[in-house]
Ligand binder design. Structure first.
Ligand code: ATP
Ligand code: MG
Length: 563
């Protein structure tokens, strides 16, 4: 990205759209922009997806291969009478069929919904039911273990396509490879329009029951723009987003954004493993790496400097999303890789990155950065009648986005009222609280649901947790508000200790004293409990509501996304 301020002034979505091709009839289709467009313009031989198996051997799919495979998949759906707007789900690990199914579904004008393969039968049932799944792509093992038992309860689910079955099991449970072999390589992409539904993503369930956020084909413009200007994707780049497509990051940036930008996208079948990850960065010459704070924290705990063991000289840019990235984590990146880790903020609902640090802008450690060009973000109070914008630098309030960006969610499935409540006037209310400093940088305060009112103070978890983590004994921390008859709520901290520290009274007092000195007695935690690990979602977010429910002996609520 050129200089931020001047670029924002000249930016227009319309101009950016000119870089995309669109469909002959005036429509737009995500898969066309991500795959076929590149083949049509002579880039068919570029590697689109490099799939790394668990045993570290790998397979490449060029853009030309991907065009053929996704067209075949679209033809398979056609044969099964899947109509425009009907939904196709997946329950699979990070295997090529998942990526082919996602893009093939989009070609066919159907709606794709990826699920985490680790979901048990109940969470899978909830999502398949809510999303009215007509087709499910999965493996034989996952089908036997999790889906078979649900079939009676899912009358709308007509076909299950097994990626690894050699033969059909019955009329409903079919061999995907057989169908793919029979299908033609040619497919005329459905003439999807800007507002046609394309993707269904369930939120992480951090604050409650996961919500189904619906996105449209026009979202591809955000994927393109953020891939280009935030992730700085350039021709010839190798890009790796470590997220699973079951989480929105793993689809928007693990599938669409890199392909729309024509680069090589790394897909690793295996879960987090520090040395494996560094080896992948080295062996596959990764230029741009997109990961999450939980992974960064785990890497930080290793007792060696990665650049002493691995050649990471190709790595140009590192980004992080999902949870607040602490200042010391940004600085660790600088010391370790010679470049800060760039934090960015967005949600399932926004479909793409909305606020970010950029390679060409001064990174302020601990800040989420500045709005994407074309995005207007503000801080405000949500009042009964209207939004009141807060313009004084540093004043905390609701983080708001001006509506109308291409990847804005268009519905919460079956929850129209809830959807409507997210908007007031021209603003979308994100549900997060933040501050904006005098230079226009945004700073995360906490989720509106997690804010603690204690003795008349409003305490944001982020501030307290990051202070606790500055103490050498603290590896991770989460705070909750524990109801208290006198002060409203008491700030309670759950702390995971770093190795070498003992969970005893001395450590507790030490951390308490430290946080009192830094935060003042009103905000510092009054209670500290040591815990082996914090409950997190599968995408690495701390489930504070679960800590609170356990503390108060209340029902745990939805735990489908619990790691
Ligand atoms: P649910 O809405 O079901 O409670 P969720 O909000 O965690 O789950 P996601 O859409 O996956 O589901 O996560 C988006 C949220 O993650 C944001 O609203 C914000 O609270 C948090 N988040 C994401 N990126 C950042 C970041 N860079 N800094 C701070 N918080 C972040
Ligand atoms: Mg949310």
């Amino acid at each position: 990205m050129p200089e931020y301020d001047s670029f924002c002034r000249q930016f227009s979505w319309e101009n950016e759209k000119d870089s995309l091709e669109g469909l002959p009839g005036g429509g737009i289709n995500i898969a066309h922009e991500a795959v076929d467009r590149h083949v049509n313009s002579g880039k068919g031989n570029t590697i689109a997806i490099r799939w790394i198996r668990k045993d570290r051997s790998f397979d490449d799919l060029t853009y030309a291969d991907l065009k053929v495979q996704t067209s075949r998949f679209a033809n398979v759906l056609e044969k099964l009478n899947v109509a425009k707007g009907e939904s196709v789900f997946s329950l699979a690990g990070r295997i090529p069929s998942l990526y082919i199914a996602a893009l093939g579904t989009l070609k066919a004008g159907a709606v794709f919904c990826p699920m985490f393969s680790v979901f048990g039968p109940e969470p899978a049932f909830q999502r398949l039911g809510k999303g009215k799944a007509k087709v499910l792509v999965t493996t034989t093992g996952l089908y036997e273990k999790k889906i078979k038992q649900l079939l009676d309860r899912l009358p709308l689910l007509q076909y299950i396509l097994l990626t690894d079955a050699k033969q059909d099991i019955d009329d409903k449970v079919l061999s995907l490879s057989t169908l793919m072999k029979q299908a033609s390589d040619d497919y005329v992409i459905k003439n999807t329009q800007q507002e046609d539904p394309a993707l269904l993503h369930f939120t992480s369930g951090t604050t409650g029951m996961p919500k189904g956020a619906l996105h449209v084909h026009q979202a591809v413009l955000t994927h393109y723009v953020t891939g280009k200007y935030v992730l700085d994707l350039r021709p010839g780049d190798v890009f790796w987003c470590t997220a699973d497509p079951g989480w929105v990051t793993g689809t928007s940036y693990g599938i669409i954004a890199p392909l729309v930008n024509g680069v090589t996208n790394i897909v690793d079948e295996e879960e987090f493993d520090a040395t494996r990850w560094y080896s992948i960065l080295e062996e596959h010459y990764v230029n741009v790496w997109y990961t999450a704070p939980t992974a960064i924290r785990r890497l930080m705990r290793l007792d060696f400097k990665p650049t002493d063991r691995y050649d990471l000289s190709n790595l140009r840019l590192i980004h992080s999303v999902g949870e607040p990235l602490q200042a010391d984590e940004v600085i660790w990146g600088e010391k370790t890789f010679g470049r800060p880790i760039c934090d960015n903020w967005w949600q399932t609902e926004t479909g793409g990155i909305m606020i970010s640090n950029y390679a060409t802008m001064e990174v302020r450690p601990g800040s989420m950065g500045k709005p994407l060009p074309g995005i207007e973000a503000a801080i405000g109070e949500v009042e009964a009648e209207a939004i009141r914008l807060l313009t004084k630098p540093g004043e905390p309030g609701h983080l708001l986005l001006k509506t109308g960006w291409p990847s804005m969610f268009r519905a919460y499935l079956d929850e129209e009222e809830r959807y409507k409540k997210c908007f007031k006037g021209a603003w979308y209310i994100t549900g997060d609280l933040a501050k904006k400093d005098a230079d226009g940088y945004f700073w995360f305060v906490g989720r509106a649901d997690d804010i603690i009112k204690t003795s008349g103070h409003m305490v944001g978890p982020f501030e307290v947790e990051s202070t606790l983590m500055e103490h050498p004994a603290v590896a991770e921390a989460a705070i909750i508000g524990k109801p208290d008859p006198i002060i409203g709520a008491l700030v309670k901290a759950f702390v995971v200790l770093d190795s070498g520290y003992e969970a005893n009274e001395k450590t507790r007092l030490d951390i308490k004293g430290f946080s009192r000195k830094k935060l003042g007695p009103a905000v510092a935690p009054k209670e500290i409990t040591f815990i082996d690990s914090l409950p997190k979602t599968k995408s690495g977010k701390i489930l504070r509501r679960l800590l609170k429910a356990r503390e108060l002996g209340l029902p745990e609520g939805d735990t489908s996304t619990l790691e």
